[in-house]
Design a protein around this ligand. Structure first.
Ligand code: SF4
Ligand code: FES
Length: 238
């Protein structure tokens, strides 16, 4: 089979380079890239760590869609050449490797950081949230985010408005706004009302379509919107 891989390094031109790989049963896109790197072209750069769909570091755009390379079987892709390129909307370091710093920056900018309601040394501030409680069930799926950035790559509004926090950060904000141990609900709630935040999402759900953990950042954003509207009309959301 033919792999068409995006290549770029500082000072060179972007190009798609073709590699021929003998596809074996059960071979993933990551297996194919590793084989190319070990056998044909040691200069090819890409990132991975766990190889079992846990860390999210192998996120890339495969045949036009964000996927994790280590869990994408060649046999499940359309017939013909397989095209691989780096995630969109992240600064490119080299070939398939992007700089993930924008995820951290957007989390910080949108206050997607836990703020203890009481001082950390006060153990009561970290009271357990029961696994079956309503509070916990509301965020059950959303807390499984592995920060892979695929949803950000798939989001058209991230490209359109650099001030939009994007789906990963807003998904995290949602989990914090439902966390009774967190003390920054009011401040974060205020920030969410800014023009470039909640209203900027057009609910195209591209983020949800590509999330490898089957989360729905779209639903998290809609839930934040509902809570914001309730607050605006003077009802305190549960
Ligand atoms: S929400 Fe899903 S796609 Fe987005 S960073 Fe988290 S795990 Fe990755
Ligand atoms: S290498 Fe960790 S998810 Fe693919």
């Amino acid at each position: 089979m033919v792999l068409k891989v995006f290549r770029w390094s500082p000072g060179s031109r972007e190009r798609l380079q073709k590699y021929w790989v003998k596809a074996r049963q059960g071979m993933t896109v990551l297996d194919a890239l590793v084989e190319v790197q070990r056998g044909t072209d040691p200069t090819l750069a890409f990132r991975y760590a766990c190889r079992v769909g846990m860390c999210g570091s192998c996120g890339m755009v495969i045949n036009g869609r964000e996927r994790w390379a280590c869990r994408t079987l060649l046999s499940k892709l359309e017939r013909g050449a397989v095209t691989v390129r780096p995630l969109y909307h992240f600064p490119l370091i080299r070939d398939l490797v992007v700089e993930m710093e924008p995820i951290k920056r957007k989390m910080l900018e949108s206050k997607a950081v836990f703020v203890p309601r009481r001082p950390a040394e006060d153990e009561a501030g970290f009271a357990a949230v029961g696994g079956r409680s309503r509070e916990r069930r509301a965020v059950d799926a959303a807390i499984e985010c592995i920060g892979c950035g695929m949803c950000v790559s798939a989001c058209t509004m991230v490209a359109h408005d650099p001030r939009f926090p994007g789906p990963a950060a807003l998904n995290r904000v949602f989990t914090l706004q439902r966390d009774s141990r967190d003390g920054a609900h009011a401040e974060r709630g205020e920030a969410l009302l800014a023009e470039d935040v909640l209203t900027r999402c057009h609910t195209q759900a591209n983020c949800t379509a590509v999330c490898p953990m089957q989360l729905s950042p779209t639903d998290s954003i809609l839930a934040l919107r509902r809570r914001a509207v309730l607050r605006l009309i003077g009802i305190s959301p549960r």
